[in-house]
Design a protein around this ligand. Structure first.
Ligand code: MUC
Ligand code: MG
Length: 382
């Protein structure tokens, strides 16, 4: 095979540790920091692209950790990419996926960096490589997860005042269903029709708990219940849908297009929470959306609580979706105490505004990266 004209020349992986603005309490973990994995890929024409992977609570949420992502990219994936045609993210990813099983989060970071670089090379926003934008802003939900009802209500009121969020997702599942439902009902009563209130159980319930919980939550005025039971229990999800009126969203159950197909066929979800990390990248997430559309499963733009890079990468893709009935939760950067961009992302009018520049449309603040990176020594390149 001929040597490509524009080749992948360097792959760099950075780990950033950033404190959260408050403890973020999920049924699987309480986060006080987030750890971002940034991947930068430079090509022989001098163009560099950036991608991100993040996880939630170490290995509590998924099977990749920030550290495993870094070492697997450096040791196994970077060598496969070096010399590959940087003008074809698809060809690069085919080569990678032919030799590497799993590792969806790592693959997502790499694929994003390749797309960012190629869009910059062409001088177009990344969204142009996925058909162009249907919208320039995306509605963004906020997660109330302080663990305290009064504090959650105060936080929601502040977000409404700032016109930053009017959709709130409550993290539940740590307490018994009746106690959780009382917490949710108190928040919904305080916010009334000014906000949509939804819950995420992060798989904490068994099917019996969920039958009770979903009924109580419906009575409390909840609009959507996310992943109430184990990710693998598709039949249980279908039964919950049959017995309840409040819509059910699949999140952890969705690990890309193959799961999307199985969930759709089993009629196990009303809504898909699409995440670029869980889907193994932007193209995988695009396929999940296509399966959802074809099966009349509504779409929601999910987050792995990424920082600015993964958040805007997700936004570039979600902006190309024809229908996005449930909006997005692309608030990750707002949960962090440190800004890593030269110009912060714009959140206004309850939405994230998409940047118009080429590629991801963002510029990293190198001084901040130097300050936040776990290993302060010069990054290793391969
Ligand atoms: C999840 O399960 O959806 C998204 C928002 C948030 O607070 O946690 C994540 C993970
Ligand atoms: Mg979720």
């Amino acid at each position: 095979t001929p040597i490509p004209q524009t080749r992948v020349e360097a792959v760099e992986v950075l780990l950033l540790d950033i404190p959260t603005i408050r403890p973020h309490q999920l049924s699987v973990a309480t986060m006080r920091q987030q750890h971002l994995v940034l991947v930068r890929i430079r090509a022989s024409d001098g163009v560099t692209g950036c991608g991100e992977a993040s996880t939630i609570g170490g290995l509590a949420y998924g099977e990749e950790s920030p550290e495993s992502i870094k070492v697997n990219i450096e040791r196994y994936m970077a060598p496969l990419l070096l010399g590959a045609d940087a003008t074809s993210p698809a060809a690069c990813m085919d080569k990678l996926c032919g030799a590497v099983q799993g590792n969806r989060f790592a693959k997502c970071a790499i694929e994003t960096a390749l797309f960012d670089a190629h869009a910059r090379r062409l001088g177009v926003p990344l969204s142009d490589l996925f058909g162009g934008r249907v919208r320039d802003s995306l509605p963004v939900a906020w997660t109330l997860a302080s663990g305290d009802t009064a504090r959650d209500i105060a936080e929601a009121e502040k977000m409404l005042d700032l016109r930053r969020h009017r959709v709130f997702k409550l993290k539940i599942g740590l307490r018994a269903p009746r106690a959780d439902a009382a917490h949710v009902a108190a928040i919904k009563r305080a916010l009334g029709d000014r906000a949509s209130v939804r819950v995420d159980v992060n798989q904490a319930w068994d099917e019996t708990d969920a039958m009770l919980g979903m009924r109580l939550l419906e009575d409390a005025g909840v609009d959507l219940v996310e992943q109430p039971i184990a990710a693998g229990n598709h039949e249980g999800m279908r039964r919950l849908r049959e017995q309840n009126r409040v819509p059910l969203m699949a999140d952890e159950a969705l690990h890309g297009p193959a799961d999307a197909y199985r969930l759709a066929a089993a009629r196990a979800a009303d809504v898909f929470a699409i995440k670029i990390t869980q889907s193994g990248g932007l193209r995988g997430a695009r396929q999940v959306a296509g399966i959802g559309d074809a099966a009349h499963v509504a779409l929601y733009g999910g987050t792995m609580l990424e920082g600015a890079v993964g958040t805007i990468a997700s936004a570039q893709l979600f902006a190309t979706f024809g229908a996005l009935a449930w909006g997005t939760e692309l608030f990750g950067p707002l949960l962090l105490t440190e800004e890593i961009l030269r110009t912060p992302l714009v959140y206004s009018d309850f939405s994230l505004q998409l940047p118009s520049g080429p590629g991801l449309g963002i510029e990293l603040d190198e001084d901040k990266l130097d300050f936040l990176r776990r290993d302060k020594a010069p990054a290793k390149t391969y």
